[in-house]
Design a protein around this ligand. Structure first.
Ligand code: ADP
Ligand code: ADP
Length: 229
């Protein structure tokens, strides 16, 4: 079953066609890597799929809901309830311990503190961060901070997690470890994943890879069944 379906996406900035007739489907629980050179439209595609940017043309459907037909308030609510986000870096609140940073979406939605931090703590431990729950972001390594950001993206049980170069600020070995955790934990939680990355090695952990060039999807390849998962 497809959870996210985009058809005929076009995004123009003046004479630049950042997206040029792009069709994308993402299956429920599927992980999709988006690759391509700088300027090929990856971030624009991610932002359009996530309802952050309105395309010049085309449609985006999340499990039967037409994202572009919603009011801004409805779309904001849908983003909060159904989507999780991981960005490159710098997204944690410096004054909050890891556990509260990870629990933040639940706390902001009014969940009881004990239940929210318990769920966040479980995710942090799954991500290899046992013992760092009370540390503030300044006391974490870059890889640890990104794992807290992953916990935060998943804590609200989203249908889709969007990640834009989530390991861009990390060295390659740490980055791969974090991407491996991101794909496997998203899979365990039944969340689909759309991840923009420059690391071709990530295809090993994703179900499918889209290659972009000049605003178009120029190839798609599927990971071999029973690959390196
Ligand atoms: P990528 O993520 O692959 O590097 P982007 O989606 O950021 O590519 O950009 C695709 C193209 O659209 C580039 O040529 C970029 O300069 C252009 N672009 C993106 N956002 C804007 C914007 N807000 N205004 C003008 N041009 C933009
Ligand atoms: P990326 O690593 O994806 O290439 P960029 O640093 O090019 O990221 O762009 C970051 C953001 O800045 C993009 O998502 C886009 O919204 C905006 N942007 C990119 N190119 C332009 C541009 N030419 N003019 C204005 N905004 C831009």
């Amino acid at each position: 079953m497809d959870i996210l379906t985009a058809r005929g996406l076009v995004m123009t900035y003046g004479s630049t066609r950042a997206l040029d007739d792009v069709d994308v489907t993402v299956g429920a629980g599927e992980s999709v890597a988006v690759m391509g050179p700088s300027g090929s439209g990856k971030t624009t595609l991610l932002h359009v799929l996530a309802g952050i940017l309105r395309p010049s043309a085309g449609s985006v459907d999340l499990a039967g809901t037409d994202l572009l037909a919603l009011s801004d308030a409805q779309r904001t609510r849908l983003r909060r309830d159904d989507f999780g986000f991981v960005f490159q870096s710098g997204q944690l609140l410096p004054e909050l311990p890891a556990e509260e940073n990870a629990a933040l979406p639940l706390l902001l939605a009014g969940a009881p503190r004990a239940a929210a931090t318990e769920r966040a703590g479980g995710l942090l431990r799954r991500l290899g961060l046992a013992g760092t729950e009370r540390r503030r972001p300044g006391e974490l390594s870059g890889g640890q901070a990104q794992r807290v950001a992953i916990a935060r993206a998943l804590v609200g049980r989203p249908k889709v997690v969007f990640a834009d170069e989530p390991t861009g600020a990390l060295d390659q070995a740490t980055g791969r470890e974090v991407l491996d955790l991101l794909t496997s934990v998203a899979r365990e939680h039944g969340a689909a994943l759309v991840v923009v990355t420059h690391d071709a090695g990530v295809a090993r952990w994703c179900d499918r890879t889209l290659a972009m060039r000049d605003g178009r999807v120029v190839s798609q390849f599927t990971a071999p069944v029973g690959g390196a998962r």
